[in-house]
Design a protein around this ligand. Structure first.
Ligand code: TXA
Ligand code: MG
Length: 313
């Protein structure tokens, strides 16, 4: 656990405009004071993230979230009541006091209260909302351990708080509450069904959004959440014919240079997916083949991440 002195130091770094990586229940975040324009600029620099990609602001209470929203719709109140703290990001109209670089110039802001004792204590101790993307270089694999952060950003940031491996393992569900109908911008472990049980029908993001200016939804870049090794989603026995590879299988074992069975439940699979890909990425394989997971609703977020991570032929 992180002691009070280290926590105080981390909070002081944030208040002074520095960058602190910290664990959440989903993945590690790269945190900056969300109300400090220059600190937020540094987040984009160290991640090499395009300024058109907005950041999520992390809060320690619903009150803090409301202070960052121009409007707080009833649907937001209901969802926060049920799912916060937790892996659901709500996109609502942005309060004018939020710096423009946080929202990439959009009139909306993504807010979430993370369900992790270190994240919660850090936000409370810093006394400011914390803008935090995943703590990795842009378009790479998100980090689920402090070692992953160290590897990709260690020499560029002020402090990493090590809280061990994250529990959920993939990024939060992102839901927009600004349109005529609530819209699912990124699937996550909080599922469409669970959200609909609270606020009624929602719509999924249309696949081929025309993009101008800021990106209103995550992962619209050609590759996102990707390992460096080419990754293929495979059906049946179609492993790549050439080279040395690794095969992650669910139901069907096949001969490959390296083969690992993945958990058969979606939550267990999500929890180890990125760590598994980070490890395989270091082993110099020519390819990573992943058996396509089932099309069932509880696998939607995993399906989404694997499709984005996979190499397009
Ligand atoms: O689980 C998570 O969400 C992790 C942890 C650290 O909280 N964070 C994370 O941040 O995944 P990031 O920046 O890697 O992905 C956040 C996504 C962005 O790709 C962005 O498109 C979307 O959330 N987002 C943020 N603000 C938005 C807004 N105003 N409108 C639409 N989408 C927004
Ligand atoms: Mg990210």
């Amino acid at each position: 656990m992180i002691g009070p002195e280290l926590l105080a130091r981390a909070a002081a770094i944030l208040r002074a405009g520095g960058l602190v990586a910290f664990p959440t229940e989903t993945v590690y975040g790269l945190g900056a004071n969300a109300l400090d324009v220059r600190a937020v600029d540094r987040v984009f620099e160290v991640k090499e993230r395009p300024p058109t990609s907005p950041l999520i602001i992390h809060v320690s209470s619903v009150e803090m979230a409301r202070s960052l929203a121009r409007e707080w719709p009833e649907s937001a109140a209901k969802l926060a009541e049920v799912f916060w703290p937790g892996p659901l990001t709500l996109v609502v109209p942005a309060h004018p006091r939020i710096p423009e670089n946080v929202t990439a110039g959009l009139s909306t802001v993504g807010l979430r209260q993370p369900d992790h004792p270190i994240a919660a204590a850090l936000i409370r101790e810093a006394g400011v909302p914390i803008a935090a993307p995943s703590a990795n270089r842009f378009s790479g694999l998100s980090p689920t351990t402090a070692e992953h952060v160290l590897k990709s950003l260690g020499d560029r940031i002020d402090l990493i708080l090590d809280g061990g491996p994250t529990r959920v393992g993939i990024e939060s569900t992102v839901l927009s509450l600004v349109g005529a109908r609530p819209q699912l911008l990124r699937p996550g472990i909080v599922s469409r069904d669970e959200i609909e049980a609270v606020i009624g029908e929602i719509v999924e993001r249309a696949e081929d959004l025309e993009l101008e200016g800021a990106h209103p939804a995550p992962g619209l870049h050609p590759r996102h959440y990707s390992p460096l090794t080419p990754l293929f989603l495979v059906d049946g026995d179609r492993l790549p014919a050439r080279g040395r590879g690794a095969y992650l299988w669910l139901a069907q074992p096949l001969p490959a240079g390296f083969s690992q069975q993945m958990p058969a439940d979606a939550a267990g699979y999500a929890a180890i997916l990125y760590d598994t890909l980070h490890r395989l990425d270091e082993r110099g394989f020519d390819w990573i083949a992943v058996e396509r997971p089932p099309q069932w609703p509880e696998w939607a977020a995993i399906q989404d991440r694997l499709e984005r991570a996979s190499t397009r032929l």
